[in-house]
Design a binder for this molecule. Structure first.
Ligand code: DGL
Length: 279
């Protein structure tokens, strides 16, 4: 195994760094691997302090700085903020503290949503923090000020996705409850603004029906990563298979089972790092 985190590697060979509040960001890693199969990836999931969604912006901003520092120690060429909550309330913190480019999940998905909607009514679902921040609203309006955005926090989707209830009547019931107000308002586009929601995509699509296009923020972010690396001449073009390394701040129960479901492949090279201060 090559050491992908050593300083002497040429820039193209350095890993993409991805961080999230926990395991959920593995859906973003999955999309990046599908789109960019030659790239090395270093992931950090703050599993000791998850969830970030219900926490205040002030606390999430403190965590975001620490998560950034952890990734920067691993010689990354780019930081992807997989967590929608961090991307909503603390992207500026990450940008300010990072000497390498930073991509959040809001901007890529917002751009696609703005261009997809014909009815000019877009729904956004996410954590309490993401919806309260109105980050998606500002970003979508930046593309098209005539669009009306209907935000809906869906906090129960996070444990349901982790429980693996992606085809369960309890999830269907919760989805109907959360999504009914958005459907009533005539949305034709729905942004899945949380790392966990791609896992529940089928049930969400079943409830919204075929008239609503779902925008997966993980997929749009992977596209943005491709474009950014391409434009900077930083794409790894090496046929030696890439390495994936996963750091977490805790190894919770069912970590591997949930992680493999989110990542869509076997989860190897997981290491717990110790110095996270739990507040
Ligand atoms: N990763 C978070 C997000 O995408 C969801 C889980 C949490 O609340 O930390 O917003």
């Amino acid at each position: 195994m090559i050491n992908i985190q050593q300083d002497i590697l040429p820039e193209k060979e350095r890993p993409i760094g991805v961080f999230d509040s926990g395991i959920g960001g593995l859906t973003v890693v999955r999309s990046i691997i599908n789109k960019l199969p030659k790239e090395h990836i270093v992931y950090f999931g703050d599993t000791a302090r998850v969830p970030y969604g219900p926490k205040s912006a002030e606390v999430v901003r403190t965590y975001a700085k620490e998560d950034t520092d952890i990734l920067l120690k691993h010689n990354v060429k780019l930081i992807v903020v997989a967590c929608n909550t961090v991307s909503s309330v603390a992207l500026d913190v990450v940008q300010k503290n990072s000497p390498v480019p930073v991509i959040g999940v809001i901007e890529p998905a917002a751009g696609i949503a703005a261009h997809t909607s014909k009815s000019k009514r877009v729904g956004v679902i996410g954590t309490l923090g993401t919806i309260a921040s109105c980050a998606y609203t500002s970003e979508i309006r930046h593309h098209d000020p005539d669009i009306t955005i209907e935000g809906q926090p869906c906090p129960l989707f996070v444990p349901l996705a982790e429980e693996g209830w992606d085809n369960h009547d309890a999830t269907r019931l919760v989805a109907r409850e959360y999504l009914a107000p958005l459907i009533e308002k005539g949305i034709d586009t729905l942004v899945l603004g949380c790392t966990h929601y791609p896992i529940l995509k089928d049930i969400i699509a079943e409830v919204t029906g075929p008239a609503v296009t779902l925008i997966d923020s993980a997929d749009s972010t992977a596209d943005a990563v491709l474009h950014l690396l391409q434009s900077k001449g930083l794409l790894r073009n090496n046929d030696i298979p890439p390495e994936y390394v996963f750091y977490v701040s805790d190894v919770p129960h069912k970590f591997r089972e949930i992680g493999e479901r989110f990542l869509g492949r076997e989860l190897r090279n997981v290491e717990k790092i110790g110095n996270i201060h739990i507040t």
